[in-house]
Write a protein that binds this ligand. Structure first.
Ligand code: SF4
Ligand code: SF4
Length: 221
């Protein structure tokens, strides 16, 4: 996240009389079914990757009303889309306040609330992610795949996203697109590589089953 840009946008909105709330970890709020989610979903959400936010809130049972991209758009463009102009002088004090608020966020180390989110507009329900995962994160019911045990996902691992045939799996905290929900292709795998990953994982899964290893993540994994 471009913290300077986020602080500048928040300051301009605040000075225009809008209520502004900074949310440091929407993944955690979604996973914990925070009572704040309906209010968050009903507002205008400014985020780096709208596809990730829509999918995350959909998984949490909410319909995000409006999500604006503040990664591809400049501060001026993002505010113009909301009908607001910026003024460095007017916004300076508020911007400093939001800058400090962002600086006080808990450190992001990728180990907190890390789990896959499915973009259901792209998912073809092939079930490969469910077969692939060794930790029971996914469940298939009525031919529909769902993330039901997000806490079992291995920290910092986006493995299943790499072999999804339709790039439907998002890890919002991953650094590269399209796995983080972005539109750029910063990391790609050929169909052959994806098949190889899938086959190798199936072998591991079979061995895991034979050995009777429980589908749970150990503490600290
Ligand atoms: S592998 Fe991808 S397309 Fe297939 S069920 Fe999982 S998310 Fe959907
Ligand atoms: S990243 Fe690994 S542990 Fe997490 S859901 Fe995908 S396959 Fe399972």
């Amino acid at each position: 996240m471009d913290k300077e840009k986020a602080a500048g946008i928040a300051a301009a909105l605040k000075n225009e009389g809008y209520e502004v709330a900074m949310v440091p970890d929407l993944c955690r709020k979604a996973m914990e079914a925070s009572p704040e989610l309906p209010e968050i979903a009903a507002g205008v959400i400014l985020a780096c990757h709208p596809r990730a936010v829509h999918s995350l809130l959909e998984w949490a049972g909410q319909d995000a009303k409006q999500v604006e991209d503040i990664r591809s758009n400049s501060r001026e463009e993002a505010l113009a889309r909301l009908g607001i102009s910026c003024s460095e002088t007017r916004d300076a004090a508020e911007k400093e306040r939001f800058r400090n608020e962002i600086a006080a966020f808990p450190a992001e180390n990728g180990t907190d609330a890390w789990y896959p989110v499915l973009d259901k507009t792209k998912c073809i329900e092939c079930g490969k992610c469910h077969d692939f995962c060794l930790f029971g994160v996914y469940t298939v019911a009525n031919k529909r795949v769902r993330v039901t045990q997000p806490q079992n996902c291995k920290n910092n691992c986006p493995a299943c996203a790499r072999m999804c045939p339709n790039r439907a799996i998002i890890f919002p905290k991953y650094e590269k697109s399209p796995i983080n929900g972005g539109t750029a292709l910063e990391e790609t795998f050929t169909p052959g590589e994806m098949d190889a990953m899938y086959r190798e994982r199936l072998q591991q899964r079979l061995q895991q089953r034979k050995a009777g290893i429980p589908l749970l993540k150990k503490e600290g994994e």
